[in-house]
Structures are given as structure tokens and as C-alpha cells.
Ligand binder design. Structure first.
Ligand SMILES: NC(=O)c1ccc[n+]([C@@H]2O[C@H](COP(=O)([O-])OP(=O)(O)OC[C@H]3O[C@@H](n4cnc5c(N)ncnc54)[C@H](O)[C@@H]3O)[C@@H](O)[C@H]2O)c1
Length: 457
């Protein structure tokens, strides 16, 4: 029997949970979780208590970042899983590979062009493997769209229209947490939209060539609230009387997990998880519009809004033989204190339930539109997480859709956002080829040329 693969996880909070459960329970055959590394010892201790209580497993040895190399040696780590704050990904990926380990990195691969180049160079220098875990590729819905495009249902994709909405629950959270500082996550163009840009690169079988963008902070932040007439402010919600009735406030003392992971851990690193979304110091955008041209010649208009009343997306792909439309609702509305004047006003007009529906439609040229059956995607992230974990920790299945993403895919997925950030700052269009150098990149395979593989899948 093969020896189990020995894993360490760096960054032991929210996202790490998915990997911890997989390695300690669902996929423990052939895999072993041997170490944690995190900046915050209290957070690692709380993580250990949580999983020991939940699964009855022994605590995992924990190390601070200064002992990362010692951890790799002492625990004979084969693969490092990076689930820490985005700005630290490159450092752990590179250190892991320099020490003879493979790496699995959460998205985004990293946050800027310089760090991206360092990661690409390190992969070449060390010859180690790097996987970037794009769970959206593994959702049955995204996989179906890829298959339809590979089968040529709309012919050659010529243009994409893509709108992603983050609601005032989930979207707002990026403005309470570390993401609010551009230095930590590269803004939502990198941190969040890396998913979207990866999906488009993968669906089209192409790469972004030129990006022009306009972005700004239009809703969150103190100045925007002031301009809407708000006069009561606070810096953090927990314990603040001004936050008592704010639907945007997160009170860390009202939930055991938040108390252990943040309130009791903050003395170690000063991290405040409950900052006001209308506070000072936000350096990222909440409203971003892009025009992108791809190497295949296709173009994309893209919009990301982080203060929407509902969460989900609308995508349309125009091909030379038809059009594919996909609407998906992840959360139809956010419950909170609706303004009574608005309730009265809308009552006068309301006719039907305005909640948008889920639908995937193919409209061939010269043919009637076809509603496509949407496969069920149970579990987190539209069913993507479970399928991703199966691929990572069990593997062995054919991958005709090419869902497994490597360092090259990871890099291309962030280059649209990095170019967008540069375009926001300069007002000019940015060419991605001017951002990093790829030495070993195979040419992209345009999706419409992959029919044979699709037919086999
Ligand atoms: N694929 C997905 O759908 C998905 C979903 C959520 C998060 N993520 C990714 O997972 C990563 C973690 O996100 P999260 O939501 O769990 O964040 P989090 O804030 O919950 O956890 C981040 C952890 O990193 C630790 N950390 C901070 N600085 C560190 C350092 N210098 N060295 C080591 N550890 C450090 C923190 O103490 C914390 O435990 C991010 O890169 C994020 O993009 C991916």
C-alpha cells in the first residue's frame, strides 16, 4: 500500500475547515493532516478544539509562520495547502516548493503581478506541482456550460456579458474583514473576480489580452454614508451602541465561533473582524465595470456590484451559431428593516413575486430557444466543493473538461483583475502581457475546437 500523503494547512480559519474535514474524515484514506501554521496561536487552538470536539480526532501540531520550514521538516510534509490571507499565499507556496513540497493554493493565486511572477519562476525553478482550487469549475452547472460550449451549441464564442451581484450580507462582509484593505487581497477584482475570470478563461479556452476598467467605492465607506445623510458612526460593531440597530453590523459576542476565533484571538494579532462597513480606511472598490478583449478575439463586458439586494449572476455568451444565457440566484433577498415608505410605495406597484429565477437557455440561430435542464448542485458553492475535494484527495478520474487548474490557470485568472486595478488607477487600457512573463505556457485551446473531447465525456 502507498504511504499516505502528508499535508500541512497554512491559515486555519473559515476556508481551512473544508480541507480539515476532508482530511480528518471524508478523505482520510491515503491522506494525513499533520500540521497547522497560522499567525495566530489562539485561532489554531480554537480550530483544534472545534475539530476535536466535532470529529473526536487528536489535536494537530501547530506552528507559527517563523517555524514554517521547521514544520515541514519535523512533520515530513509532502503538500502544503494554503488557505491564509491572500497577500501571504505567494510566500507559503514558494517556501513550500523550495523545501521540496507540492502546494495547493486557494484562490486567488496571489494579489499582484510581482508576486505572480515570483510564483511562476518558483514553479519553474523547483519543478514542484501547484494546484489552484477553482471550485466553481467543479459545479455541475459550470461543467455543463463548458460541455455545451465544447459541443459547439453556439459555435465560436464571440462575446460575453457577465454581471455578478454580491448582496448586502455576503458582499458587505468584504468591507468588515481584512479584504477591505487592498494590500491584503488585491481588491475584489482579484480576490473575488478571480473565480469569474477563471470561469470565462476556461469556458472560452482563451486568455485575457487587454483590459479597461472603471471602478470605485460608491456605497460602503464613511463618505458615501455621510452623503446619504447618515450621522451616527462606529469603528467596530461589538460593544458599540451605535451598531445596535445597524443591519450591517456583526456582533462577535453573539456567536461562540466568532467569539473564539476573533474576539478572544484579537489580542494576538490586532485583527478586528467586525469593522463598520461605513467606517474609514476602506481602500477597495464596491462597483467595478470592465471591458476585456481575449486572445481568441472574443470580448467581455463585466460588472461586479458588492451592495446588491440579491446575490447571483447573469451571463450571456454570444457565438457565431447562437447565444447561451445563464441566470443564477444564490440568495433572492436579504431580510432586514425595510424602509416603511418603500414598503408602501412598492405595494402600489407590486404585481408578481419579483424574485428572479434560475435558468439556462440556448438560443440557436434559426431555431427555437431551448431551456436546458439544470443539474442539481447540492453542498457548498453549488456542489463544487465536494467534487473538487474528491479530485484533490482521491483523484484517478478522467478530466475531459480540464477542470484541474495549475499555476498557469491561476496566473491567468488574476491577470484580468490585476490589469483592471491598474486601469482603474491610470485610466488607460492595460495589456496583460506587459504584467508577467510566461516561459512554459502551452497555447490555449479554443473551446469550439474541443468537440471530440466533449463527445467522449
Ligand atoms: N474558493 C472559495 O470559494 C473560497 C471561499 C472562501 C475563502 N477562500 C480563500 O481562502 C483563503 C482564506 O480565506 P478565509 O475566508 O478563510 O479567511 P479567514 O480570515 O477566515 O482566514 C485567514 C487565516 O489566515 C491567517 N493568517 C493571516 N496572516 C497570516 C500569515 N502571515 N501567516 C499565516 N496565516 C495567516 C489568519 O490568522 C486566519 O486564520 C483566502 O485566500 C480566500 O480567498 C476561497
Amino acid at each position: 500500500m502507498n504511504k499516505p500523503i502528508r499535508y500541512a494547512i497554512v491559515g486555519t480559519d473559515s476556508r481551512a475547515g473544508m480541507y480539515i474535514q476532508a482530511l480528518l474524515k471524508d478523505h482520510r484514506d491515503g491522506n494525513e493532516l499533520v500540521a497547522y501554521c497560522d499567525l495566530n496561536q489562539a485561532r489554531m487552538d480554537a480550530t483544534n478544539r472545534h475539530w476535536s470536539a466535532k470529529l473526536g480526532t487528536a489535536p494537530i501540531p501547530s506552528y507559527l509562520p517563523t517555524d514554517f520550514a521547521r514544520m515541514l521538516r519535523e512533520q515530513r510534509v509532502d503538500t502544503v495547502i494554503v488557505t491564509s490571507v491572500d497577500r501571504t499565499h505567494h510566500r507559503y507556496i514558494i517556501d513550500a516548493m523550495e523545501n521540496g513540497c507540492d502546494a495547493i493554493s486557494e484562490k486567488p493565486l496571489t494579489t499582484d503581478a510581482e508576486k505572480c511572477q515570483q510564483v511562476l519562476d518558483a514553479v519553474e525553478r523547483t519543478g514542484r506541482k501547484l494546484r489552484v482550487t477553482f471550485n466553481y469549475r467543479y459545479t455541475p452547472l459550470a461543467s455543463l456550460v463548458k460541455r455545451l460550449l465544447m459541443q459547439g451549441v453556439i459555435g465560436k464564442p464571440l462575446s460575453v456579458h457577465f454581471e455578478w451581484l454580491l448582496d448586502t450580507n455576503h458582499g458587505a462582509d468584504y468591507f468588515r474583514r481584512w479584504h477591505r484593505d487592498r494590500a491584503n487581497g488585491g481588491g475584489l477584482m482579484v480576490h473575488k473576480a478571480t473565480h469569474h475570470f477563471d470561469i470565462i478563461n476556461w469556458w472560452l479556452g482563451s486568455r485575457p489580452e487587454t483590459v479597461f476598467g472603471l471602478g470605485g467605492l460608491r456605497f460602503y465607506g464613511r463618505e458615501n454614508a455621510e452623503s446619504r445623510g447618515v450621522t451616527s458612526f462606529y469603528e467596530r460593531a461589538t460593544g458599540s451602541p451605535a451598531a445596535a440597530n445597524d443591519p450591517f453590523a456583526l456582533h462577535l459576542d453573539r456567536n461562540e465561533w466568532n467569539r473564539a476565533m476573533y474576539l478572544e484571538a484579537e489580542k494576538h494579532d490586532g485583527y478586528l473582524r467586525d469593522q463598520s462597513v461605513f467606517g474609514n480606511g476602506i481602500s477597495i472598490e464596491d462597483d467595478m465595470a470592465l471591458a476585456v478583449r481575449y486572445e481568441s478575439g472574443a470580448t467581455m463586458s463585466y460588472h461586479l456590484t458588492a451592495y446588491s439586494p440579491w446575490e447571483g449572476y447573469r451571463i450571456a455568451i454570444n457565438g457565431d451559431q447562437g447565444r447561451l444565457e445563464l441566470d443564477k440566484v444564490d440568495s433572492a433577498w436579504c431580510q432586514g428593516p425595510e424602509d416603511p415608505a418603500m414598503t408602501r410605495l412598492l405595494a402600489e406597484h407590486e404585481a408578481i413575486d419579483a424574485a428572479p429565477s434560475e435558468r439556462l437557455t440556448v438560443r440557436p440561430h434559426w431555431g427555437r430557444p431551448r431551456a436546458i435542464a439544470i443539474p442539481s448542485g447540492e453542498g457548498d458553492h453549488g456542489g463544487g466543493d465536494a467534487r473538487l475535494l474528491q479530485d484533490l484527495f482521491v483523484g484517478g478520474s478522467a478530466d475531459p473538461l480540464g477542470r484541474a487548474a495549475n499555476h498557469i490557470d491561476g496566473a491567468w485568472s488574476i491577470l484580468t483583475g490585476i490589469a483592471a486595478n491598474r486601469s482603474f488607477a491610470t485610466g488607460a487600457a492595460v495589456r496583460t502581457r506587459d504584467l508577467v512573463r510566461f516561459r512554459d505556457a502551452a497555447p490555449a485551446q479554443p473551446v469550439q475546437l474541443l468537440r471530440a473531447a466533449a463527445a467522449r465525456s
